[in-house]
Every structure is written in C-alpha cells, then in structure tokens.
Design a protein around this ligand. Structure first.
Ligand SMILES: Nc1ncnc2c1ncn2[C@@H]1O[C@H](COP(=O)(O)OP(=O)(O)O)[C@@H](O)[C@H]1O
Ligand SMILES: [Mg+2]
Length: 630
C-alpha cells in the first residue's frame, strides 16, 4: 500500500484565501485588472475614461471615470465576492447586457493588491474613499464618477508576481486591453498615461459615423482605407464592421477584433468563419485583419462560460459561422475597381452612406450584383453575365483548354472566347465615349507578354494578365457549375475501414452531402464503414483516406462549406489551365475586354492563389520617380 499523508479535517477556507484562489482565474496580469476596471466604468455609463499606470501597471493602475458613481453605503459591498448591481436572477443572467455580472472582479483585485475606491454619485454632497485593506471610509473630493486605484499587484502572492514580464510588455498588454474597449465604444473617450506621459488618447466620436473614425484612430487610417464595410443580417445574427482586403493581410493574427454583443471575444467559431471567407482570396499563411461586431439576441449566446468572459458559447454555432463567412465573403467579392467607381472613395462616411448597398449584401450573398444594381451606380453597360447553362460552361472550358491561341484571333470565332470577344467590341466603342471613366482605365500596351498597361485618371494601371484571367475563368466556372454535381465512379471492390463512432454518425447523417461530393459511404457494421464510390476525378487516390478527411471536415463544418470548398479546388485547377498564358500577344481590344471583365468579376483583385492581379501606380508616385515637384 502506498504511503499516504495523514488525514486532515475538512475546514472552510478563510475568505481572503477564497478570493485569492478566485483571483487566479480572473486576474492574470495588470492588463486583466485594466480590462475589469474599464468594463466597470463602461457599465457605469462613463463617457470619459482615463487610465494611469506606473511600472507597466505593476506598481499602479488607476482608472478614472465620469460614470454614475457608487453610493457611500454600497462601497464596502462592492468589494465583496459575488456582489453586483448588474443581475439579480437567473433570468437576468440569461439576457445580460452589461460587461460585468459575476460580481467578483473588485473582490479578486482587492485580494491581490492594495486597492482604494473613490467615488461620488450625483446625489452625494461629496465623494468618499474606501481603503480596501482596512475597510475604512473617509470623505474626499471628487466630481461625480469613480476612481479605482490598484497598487502593488500581487504583492501578497509573490508566486504570481514572478510570472509577470517586463514593464514594457505588461504596459503593451494594458494598452491592448483598452484598445479592445475603444474599438467597441467610439462614443467614449479614452486616455492612457504611463509614468506621467501620455501613451494613447482617443477622442470620442459619437454617432454612426464615429466608427470609422475610431477605427482609424486606434488601428491607423490604412486599416480603414484597406478594408471593406460590412453590414450583413443572416437570420438572427447581425454582423457589422470592417474586414481588411486580402492585400491588407498580415503575417500575424494581431489585428483580428471580434465582438459579440459589444464584448470582445476570442472564439473559434468566429475566427474560423472569418478565415474561411478569405480562403479563396488570401495567399498562403497570411492572416486577415478585421474588426467585426456580432449582434444577436443575448439568449442565443452564453457569456458565462469563462471567468474572464473572453469565451462564449453559441446556442447555434453554425448560424454564427455562416453569418461571419457570408458577411465577409460577399463584401470582399465586389472588385476594388467597382468600389472606387461607386464612390467608396472616402471610407470616412457614415455606415448608412457606404457604397455597398445593404440590399445587395443581404439578398444573395454569393450572387453577382444584378444589372439594375450596376445601373443604379451609374455604370453605362451591363456586365458579361455568364451562361447559366452548365453544358455550355463545360463546352467553353473545353474550348479554352483546347485552344492556346484563340485569344489572338480578333475575328469572331465559335469558341468559348467569343463571349469576351463580343465584349471587347463593345468595350472598344465604349472607350471612344471620351467622357466615360473606366476604373481600370484604357489599355495602352502589353509589357513583355506578361503585363497589361492601362491609363486611368490617377495614372498607370499594371495588370498581371494571366493572374487576372485565371480569376475571371474561375469565377465564371464557379457560377456555372454551382448547380451541377461532381460525377462519381463506383469502386469495383468497396474499401472498408474501421471507423470511429463519430465517423459513423457523420456518414449516416450526411449521406446526401457525401453523394453531392461524389462519395458513397455506407455502414457495414457498428464499427466499419465502406467506401463504395468516389469522385471520378479522384478515382486514382486512396478512397479511405479521402472518405476520412471528408468525414472529418463534415463533422467540423457545415455541409455547404465542405461541398463548396471541394468544388472550388477542382475548379481552380481547371481555371489555371484555362487562363491565358504568358507571352501571348493581345490586341488593345482584347486587353480592354479583360479590364472590363475584371471590373465586373467578383474577387478579381486577387488571383486564385490570393496574389494581387493589378496595381495602380499614381501620377504622384511616377512624379516622385522623376523627382518632379507638382
Ligand atoms: N467604476 C464604477 N462605477 C460605478 N459602479 C462601479 C464601478 N466599479 C464597480 N462598481 C460597482 O461595483 C460592483 C462590483 O463590481 P465588480 O466586482 O466588477 O462586479 P460586476 O462588474 O460583475 O458587477 C458593480 O456591480 C458596480 O455596481
Ligand atoms: Mg466588473
């Protein structure tokens, strides 16, 4: 028998120790204190919040607000564990709209620091200050509002203090905590001081138009100019905010801000939904940037999952995933040339005024804008609407594949490229209408068989012609083949494999989706699955491996996403073969045709691999090259 410690009697823990244990969950570092105190200030209705720090917040954190204040008789209660003015019942909890509700932050902070609470309500003749250590209350001077001072964090718990990083690192975390709040509340002004010097200051920007201004203040103007406006309703989920263009993506995921009902969250469903919207347009491992606000009925989301409330649980995570994905995807689909042409020149206008019409966004996200939408935007011609007939699409694809020189022929020919030749004719006489300004300009030359050079009012446009055409073919194929199924090929000998219970459940629940993907998987026994058919195009691969990975994807994501992704991969390969190769001479009309197609093709700013298809070189940049003062 192993030696055991002598048994100790069961005793209730002392209050302070309980708080210190609880503090371990909520208060990890100075930035956690900052987050909790700013939460409280916002809940108190503050419109100005200032944060003063010493020693990266380790020596002092002071948060001052002009909120409602705390009545003197409630000051001692505020420091008690599980004492809150924000909820009173389970029903309140289920629909909580404030940042706080657990009533544990002040108690936790007080147990691991030297804390004081200075506060005054509008009714009180003066302020009062409570010493968190002694419980002593004294009259003091202060305008209406509250100042919470937290000194010597973790002085009583040296083990914790040991884990803190350098002052500058802790300061950076504190600033980040306030940034998260600031992005969510443009109507509130924030200032941050460190060692007596101002570190950041964000003026208040009330009203709808304040959002973009606040985003620019906090994340830089580039964030706003290189992002698209999002306002998308999908069932009970409303997604708003801005998502960066693929060009604005970064090496690290450090500019991804997501809020659920005003609260900053780190959530897998949201992050994955957003990332999947970029699948088709982002190059390699680049990380998208976004600030997105998800709004939904509070009863559809549980915020009481984690003490710091940074995690949430959705009642229906699929609906949130889809809303995120579609919101971003549809906004990004509009080519930049279109956005510029339709007047989103200055993103610093109110959300309601933005150029991307909400009606378009909320209607059918993946469908191209209707002709009437274009004419509403003052565009003179209708986009090249691809044929809806899949058979014709396949014929076109074959024609593209089989003919590497068709693009050189300007005379009408019966091949799939006729469509664009038609367009080139219309484009050429359109371009004679001198006063019409095409976003991507008028073609002037072809460079080294690789680039198309065009001229617009801002200067020079350089287009990577293969990359651009590849996207155009790809998007057209996607549209045309959307409704058709992937053909499947039965296996002579079904491939059986030992499956996990989850794989079996997924196979049974998703039989229909699997067949859409060209897969037939049936249950042999409670532990065995058999693959009976695979997509024709993948007949040479390992059927079991294929089935396994598709089942895994299906278990994780919604079926539509999986089907679409599988299809897209096949189409992208096809498109690459179909697109015009380098070193092919194009006529001006053909170049113009390509430019016009780009203007109206969704996602045409990036090739299928996420690389840019065109760049603008402004007159200013050209002038700078020649040291020309303008
Ligand atoms: N800055 C403040 N202004 C007004 N009241 C405050 C402020 N900070 C804290 N309080 C009051 O103290 C209570 C306890 O705060 P806290 O421990 O953070 O719990 P919670 O925020 O979850 O209610 C709050 O419910 C609120 O009534
Ligand atoms: Mg709180």
């Amino acid at each position: 028998m192993s030696e055991s410690l002598p048994r100790r009697a069961i005793l209730e823990l002392p209050d302070v120790l309980i708080s210190q244990i609880a503090a371990g969950e909520v208060i990890e570092r100075p930035a956690s204190v900052v987050r909790e105190l700013v939460d409280n200030a916002l809940d108190a209705g503050a419109s100005h919040i200032s944060l003063r720090l010493l020693g990266g917040g380790i020596r002092l954190i002071s948060v001052e607000d002009d909120g409602s204040g705390i009545p003197v008789e409630e000051l001692p209660i505020a420091l008690k564990r599980h004492a809150t003015s924000k909820i009173n019942s389970l029903k309140d909890l289920e629909s909580v709209a404030t940042m706080g509700f657990r009533g544990e932050a002040l108690a936790a902070v007080n147990s691991v620091s030297e804390m004081s609470l200075l506060s005054r309500t509008a009714e009180a003749p003066n302020a009062f200050i409570l010493d968190g250590q002694t419980g002593e209350i004294k009259p003091a001077a202060r305008a209406v509002g509250t100042t919470v001072e937290v000194k010597e964090l973790f002085f009583s718990t040296p083990a914790r203090r040991h884990f803190l990083k350098s002052e500058s690192t802790e300061l950076a975390h504190c600033v980040e905590a306030v940034r998260r709040h600031a992005l969510a509340r443009p109507e509130v002004s924030f200032s941050i001081w460190h060692e007596g010097k101002i570190v950041a200051q964000w003026r208040s920007h009330p009203g709808e138009s304040g959002w973009n201004q606040r985003l620019a203040d906090v994340l830089g103007e580039d964030f706003v100019t290189d992002s698209v406006h999002i306002d998308f309703q999908s069932g009970p989920v409303h997604v708003r905010g801005r998502a960066g263009t693929p060009d604005a993506a970064r090496a690290r995921a450090d500019q991804q801000f997501a809020y659920v009902n005003g609260r900053f969250v780190r959530d897998k469903v949201i992050t994955h939904g957003a990332r999947s919207a970029y699948e088709d347009v982002l190059h390699g491992q680049r990380q998208p940037v976004y600030v997105l606000y998800v709004q939904m009925d509070p009863t559809r989301v549980d915020v009481n999952v984690h003490p710091t409330k940074i995690e949430v649980r959705f009642r229906d995570s699929r609906e949130v995933h889809q809303a995120m994905r579609h919101a971003i995807e549809s906004a990004l689909a509009v080519p930049r040339a279109q956005r510029l042409a339709s007047g989103e020149a200055s993103p610093f206008m109110s959300a309601g005024q933005t150029a991307t019409p909400n009606s378009f966004l909320s209607a059918t996200p993946s469908a191209p804008p209707s002709q009437s939408t274009w004419s509403q935007r003052g565009m003179a011609f209708s986009p090249d609407r691809a044929s809806e007939d899949p058979a014709k699409a396949m014929a076109e694809l074959k024609a593209l594949w089989g003919s590497s020189n068709q693009i050189e022929e300007t005379a009408p020919n019966p091949s799939g490229f006729t469509q664009s030749t038609d367009l080139s004719n219309s484009a050429s006489h359109q371009s004679h209408a001198a006063d019409h300004e095409w976003p991507l300009g008028r073609a002037i030359a072809q460079l080294q068989g690789v680039y198309i050079l065009a001229e617009n009012s801002q200067g020079l446009i350089v287009v990577d012609m293969h990359a651009a055409h590849e996207r155009i073919v790809y998007e057209r194929l996607k549209q045309q083949l959307d409704s058709t199924q992937i053909t499947s090929q039965p296996l002579l000998i079904p491939a059986s494999f030992a499956a996990t219970p989850q794989e079996i459940t997924t196979a049974e629940n998703c039989a229909e989706v699997l067949s859409q993907l060209g897969l037939e998987v049936s249950t042999l026994s409670t532990k065995t699955l058999a693959v009976r058919a695979v997509p024709t195009s993948l007949a040479k691969g390992d059927p079991v491996e294929l089935a396994r990975s598709v089942l895994a994807e299906l278990a994780l994501h919604d079926a539509a996403t999986v089907v679409q992704r599988a299809q897209n991969e096949i189409l992208a390969t096809m498109a690459c073969h179909g697109a015009v190769r380098a070193n092919r001479k194009l006529t001006l009309d053909e170049m113009n045709a390509l430019l016009r197609q780009m203007e109206f093709t969704e996602r045409s700013d990036q090739c299928n691999h996420g690389r840019p298809t065109w760049r603008q070189v402004s007159m200013r940049e050209l002038d700078a090259l020649f040291l020309r003062g303008r």
